[in-house]
Design a protein around this ligand. Structure first.
Ligand code: SAH
Length: 371
């Protein structure tokens, strides 16, 4: 519900919209018509929905609104990567990033204002947490990018992939993320193929199982370390859900459908997790699940204690995995001149966990190892 007391149609997927229309005594196909106007033609004004009669348009106008998040600014990187800062309530802002490539265009979407998980190498993690995004604020990020690109599903397809890899932990905002991903994959919505919508998680084991029941999307898991000791240091969530349990959940996720593989993300941190020994440990883990590995060169941010592994070290690490038949890619760094690369998104988070204050305090005291 917006400030106007009207329901924001960006809050709902097709089923939700049909239910709302039913409450007004309207047929499901009316909801479908409105969806097409919103997602294929980027129209948010009922008055412009010309295949709907005036009386119904007035009725819809009285009950509903179609309000995307507000773009505070947009920035383009030298490599064409595009970043939006979107204003939320209470002085908060989140970021989304569009990454154009020759054969595809990927939008990286945020799910929360900040993040509570405090992964040590992540800029969002250093900021603390404010709140979950509403479904309208998640779907709205895709809509803003689609409108900017002039994207039309099945005709003028500029936006081909969405990754839930922006700010926040998507599985901690489960219902809203599932609703938004439903609009992404709906032909009346953004029309993306299931496998082209990817949810990335730090590894919330019970929620991975819930996801496999609620939504059919690709799963990426942030692993970043091949043993519990190191992973718990880098990612506190590992103390609750250690690697063994995480891999078992991944295995269950792949079993629900033939040919499903999980992408394991592994950020390359100089001298921390990038040694041949780590690669060999990783190979053993990857034997347990149909998987591929995505090596991400670490992207630095203000105050971090970590450094990016050398290119030669990353290639050597990749080769050890490839030689053991573990499919391994190195993710190209994009948009880092505008702080749009993985782990660099920070928006503006009014922190409610006091983590940010602690971080600043330690920095001011000149303690080098804070991140
Ligand atoms: N919370 C989710 C999604 C957000 S982050 C998750 O943890 O998967 C998207 C990816 O970028 C994750 O794999 C994350 O670990 C990685 N990442 C975070 N900080 C990074 C940094 N500074 N450099 C490179 N990758 C980073």
């Amino acid at each position: 519900m917006g400030a106007s007391g009207k329901v924001n149609l960006f809050e709902h997927d097709r089923n939700g919209l049909r239910a709302l229309f039913a409450q007004l005594g309207e047929k499901p196909y009316r909801a479908d018509q409105v969806m097409k106007w919103i997602y294929h033609r980027h129209v948010t004004d009922f008055a412009q929905m010309t295949d709907i009669g005036k009386a119904l348009r007035d009725k819809l106008e009285a009950a509903f609104e179609i309000v995307p998040p507000k773009a505070l600014f947009e920035k383009q990187a030298n490599d064409g990567t595009y970043k939006w800062l979107l204003g939320m309530d209470g002085g908060n802002a989140i970021e989304s990033v569009f990454i154009p490539e020759t054969s595809r265009g990927t939008l990286c979407v945020s799910s929360q204002v900040g993040c509570a998980l405090a992964c040590q190498f992540c800029s969002t993690g250093a900021q603390g947490f404010n709140r979950n995004l509403a479904a309208a604020e998640i779907t709205g990020q895709v809509w803003i990018a689609a409108r900017h690109l002039g994207n039309v599903p099945h005709h003028q397809r500029k936006l081909t992939n969405v990754v839930m890899m922006g700010m926040g932990e998507p599985l901690l905002n489960f219902d809203n993320v599932v609703t938004a991903m439903s609009v992404m994959r709906d032909d009346l919505g953004f029309g993306l193929a299931n496998k082209r919508v990817t949810l990335s998680t730090a590894g919330l084991v019970p929620m991975i199982d819930r996801l496999s029941e609620a939504s059919d999307v690709s799963l990426a898991v942030s692993l970043h370390a091949p043993n519990d000791e190191l992973r718990s240091e880098l990612m506190p969530i590992n103390r609750k859900y250690p690697i063994k349990d995480l891999l078992a959940a991944c295995q269950r996720y792949t079993q629900r459908k033939a040919r499903t593989t999980i992408t394991f993300e592994y950020t390359m941190l100089k001298g921390i997790n990038d040694q041949p020994e780590h690669a060999r440990q990783l190979i053993k883990l990857m034997r347990k699940v149909p998987s591929k590995v995505n090596l991400i060169p670490f992207n630095p941010f203000f105050g971090t204690r970590f450094e990016r592994s050398e290119e030669t070290v990353i290639r050597a690490f990749q080769k050890i995995l490839l030689d053991a038949d573990v499919l391994t890619m190195v993710r190209r760094t994009r948009g880092d001149d505008i702080d749009a690369a993985c782990g660099q998104l920070k928006g503006q988070v009014v922190d409610r966990t006091r983590r940010q204050a602690e971080f600043r305090r330690k920095l001011e005291q000149g303690i080098p190892h804070v991140a």
